[in-house]
Design a protein around this ligand. Structure first.
Ligand SMILES: [Zn+2]
Length: 395
């Protein structure tokens, strides 16, 4: 597989077959990543973008041979090889020039940090935590627009709105043109290292020594490469070996504990949360016809569809348990049957989604879901029976 670099654009060409048997045609498809704006215009930016951009582009295919017209340093070749081994493949053969490092960087400040920011609850939590720990003037949020195709406009809009409403002192946007089909669950093979790589040049400019990413408290053994703590530790080692004075940094908090912390300390931030999985064109139907139709006294937040995995497990269950707004108090006291109904249907939904979503709904979500079910008198007999069987199979 050939990969080319041109300024801040990296692309591959891939053979694909189109059409029915007799008229099958061989076509070439080009997939690319391009930084349109937001990264410093330096050799070092291009270096970081090219090394981890390559990894992100080839991750869905893991080709046997990688041919490049730009250099790849030894440490990154080893990192890519580790990704192959992790996925049960033999490391690739690299054809192309050796990479060189021509930069002298630093210094950075131990008390300054960067937070990748997509408008979801994790970025919000990291900003709340970092602004408390280091002071608002020492924290910068960076939104990478285009990282999650399909939700780009909503994420961009909500990130900017939040930055203003929550009083972030430093907020920047990197504009990424993302033509890679590397999405969905498998994107975790490379995504988090790619994110950190794009942010490192900005961290250096800002003087930050840490980039705060999500922790690994509820990660299963089947989570792809960059979703595993040991691999992020290797990535930090690569950064140190390249004499880059910035590290990925994380704390291992459980998902629902993060939600509870936010409702406890920053309840005013939550109504602007944006982590719904539903694309904008389907959202209105789910929200206004299905969700509002079933639960008329339970209005979702502005960005929510109410029925996708994120809306259900994080926002809505969290709101039932911990939100103290007038709206939620009224729902809990005057319309308890709506909450019970929501929980009952969520139990059915869990059974339905278990195979595909157990990594997201198996951990602290399940614990808190049971607490809520008990509070609202929802009988989980059949549900528990089902889970007892499934959990054995999964482990
Ligand atoms: Zn949703």
């Amino acid at each position: 597989m050939r990969v080319r670099l041109n300024g801040m654009e990296i692309s591959l060409r891939r053979k694909i077959m189109r059409g029915k048997e007799k008229q099958r045609k061989r076509l070439w498809r080009r997939e690319r990543l391009m930084i349109r704006s937001g990264m410093p215009d330096t050799y070092f930016s291009q270096f970081m973008f090219s090394q981890l951009g390559l990894m992100h582009l080839i991750a869905p295919y893991l080709p046997k041979v990688i041919t490049t017209d730009f250099g790849i340093v030894r440490q990154i070749r080893q990192l890519i090889a580790a990704m192959y081994r992790f996925e049960g493949k033999r490391p690739p053969e690299f054809r192309g020039p050796d990479g060189r490092t021509y930069f002298a960087l630093g210094p950075t400040d131990q008390e300054k940090v960067l937070v990748p920011y997509s408008g979801g609850k994790d970025g919000m939590y990291h900003m709340y935590w970092a602004m408390n720990a280091f002071g608002p003037e020492n924290v910068m949020a960076v939104h990478i627009s285009g990282l999650n195709p399909g939700n780009t406009s909503g994420e961009r809009e909500f990130s900017a709105r939040q930055a203003k409403a929550f009083g972030f002192r430093h907020f920047r946007t990197i504009d990424l043109l993302n033509g890679s089909p590397n999405i969905g669950y498998a994107v975790m093979r490379s995504r988090d290292m790619f994110i950190v790589a794009l942010l490192v040049p900005l961290a250096l400019e800002f003087g930050a020594s840490k980039i705060i990413i999500e922790g690994f408290a509820e990660v299963s053994r089947t989570e792809p490469f960059t979703g595993q703590e040991k691999n992020m530790l290797s990535f930090n080692k690569v950064l140190r070996e390249l004499r880059i004075p910035v590290q990925a940094f994380w704390r291992n908090d459980r998902e629902m504990d993060v939600v509870r912390e936010m409702f406890t300390w920053r309840p005013d931030w939550m109504p602007l949360v944006h982590n719904c999985f539903t694309t904008p064109n389907r959202k209105l139907h789910l929200r206004e016809v299905l969700f509002n139709g079933r639960y008329p006294h339970f209005p979702p937040y502005k960005s929510q569809c109410g029925l996708c995995v994120k809306c259900r497990i994080i926002n809505l269950l969290g709101r039932i348990l911990w939100e103290e707004s007038e709206e939620m108090k009224r729902l809990r006291t005057e319309h308890r049957e709506e909450v019970a109904h929501f929980l009952k249907r969520t139990a059915e939904w869990v059974r339905h989604k278990w195979k595909t979503h157990h990594d997201m709904i198996g951990g602290s979500f399940l614990t808190n879901f049971r607490v809520a079910a008990r509070l609202y008198g929802v009988n989980l007999g059949a549900f528990n029976k089902f889970l007892a069987g499934e959990v054995q199979q999964v482990d």
